[in-house]
Design a protein around this ligand. Structure first.
Ligand code: AMP
Ligand code: MN
Ligand code: MN
Length: 328
């Protein structure tokens, strides 16, 4: 019997052939970025590869520092090299990895593994499939297809990726496959309560302070179907919140009755504004964000715009008026 060659076989082939690996993901890493980068590192070590460097532009958020291998993640300037094989996961464009892009481009083989809605991906070897709820689930399939034993440490990375990108298996991206994978991860010995407590059910005092401010300044438009709020750099300074503490705050807007479009505008570095988008199924968030040079998924996407929050908000609201017929 022959088994049809799948895109992930080309990824595994590149992994079998490589000797010096560098693995990275997007800036402002979330649980899927961290979990899938570390998951790939575990996979490669399980394949007998000893030279694996994990690189991220931004620090590992505190809630993920306990994951096995997180302490060895370095910034791009400390990556070393040269590398023959570079892996970008949970993103499809090298520049989403910040300064790691140079490291990716310097490798002989550049592998891209992603689950975002993508028009065109970078890389020599690409596996892009938006049916996966998390890039971590793609790592799981590489373990299975590659016949690499799934360790508890790797299973913790994959579960962390899943539970963060699916909102604890509640968002519309969650599939039957997500649950099947999670069941195997549990069989590998992971403690889902302990992981959930560390990753999901812990709010720093800084984040609490930020949440308080954000909830107090939500603005509604289009008959209550649009909700948006701003986070300024001094909000972080004054509450003691870290950039990572802005993660997930948008859900409080999205969950308000009647809201179809939720947005958070956040003051970023260099006079830029980061916008996060959450939409209901009839409005494609990735399409909207692509108009501003960003991207993401159908119901969760983001972009970084030049200019102040007021300027970015003006542009995005104008776009929603013109292209989504919303009276905002
Ligand atoms: P966030 O609002 O940052 O939680 O992002 C929501 C989703 O959109 C995540 O899957 C991100 O990876 C993706 N995303 C956010 N910003 C960008 C961007 N500038 N370009 C492409 N994808 C993005
Ligand atoms: Mn991500
Ligand atoms: Mn992801």
């Amino acid at each position: 019997m022959t088994i049809a060659t799948h895109e992930f076989d080309y990824v595994l082939e590149a992994f079998r052939e490589g000797t010096r690996f560098v693995v990275t993901s997007h800036v402002s890493p979330d649980g899927d970025a961290i979990g899938s980068v570390l998951g790939i590192a575990h996979l490669l070590r399980g394949m007998g590869k000893r030279d694996v460097t994990c690189v991220l532009e931004d620090p590992v958020p505190r809630v993920y520092t306990w994951l096995d291998g997180a302490d060895a993640i370095v910034t791009p300037d400390r990556a070393g090299g040269p590398f023959d094989t570079a892996v970008l996961i949970d993103a499809h464009a090298g520049d989403r990895s910040g300064r790691s892009a140079a490291v990716l481009n310097g490798a002989d083989t550049f592998v891209v593994i992603d689950h975002h809605l993508v028009e065109r991906a970078d890389g020599h070897v690409k596996w892009v499939d938006p049916t996966y709820a998390a890039a971590g689930e793609m790592v799981y399939d590489l373990f299975m297809r590659g016949g690499v034993p799934l360790t508890k440490a790797a299973a913790e990375c994959i579960y962390t990726a899943q539970t963060t990108d699916t909102g604890s298996f509640r968002y519309s991206n969650t599939t039957a496959r997500s649950h099947r994978i999670a069941s195997v991860l549990m069989d590998a010995g992971i403690d889902i309560r302990a992981i959930t407590e560390r990753v999901i059910d812990t709010m720093s005092r800084g984040k609490y302070g930020l949440l308080q401010r954000v909830l107090g300044r939500i603005q509604f438009g289009a008959g209550g179907t649009v909700a948006h709020a701003a986070i300024y750099a001094n909000d972080l300074a004054e509450t003691g919140a870290l950039p990572e503490d802005t993660d997930g705050l948008i859900n409080y807007l999205r969950n308000i009755e009647g809201v179809r479009v939720a947005m958070i505008f956040r003051e970023a570095k260099d006079g830029k504004t980061k916008v996060s988008f959450r939409t209901q199924a009839d409005l494609n968030a990735a399409d909207i964000c692509r108009a501003f040079g960003g991207g993401g998924h159908a119901v969760a996407a983001g972009a970084t715009l030049e200019g102040t929050i007021a300027e970015a908000r003006g542009k995005v609201l104008a776009h929603l008026r013109a292209h989504a017929g919303l009276d905002v």
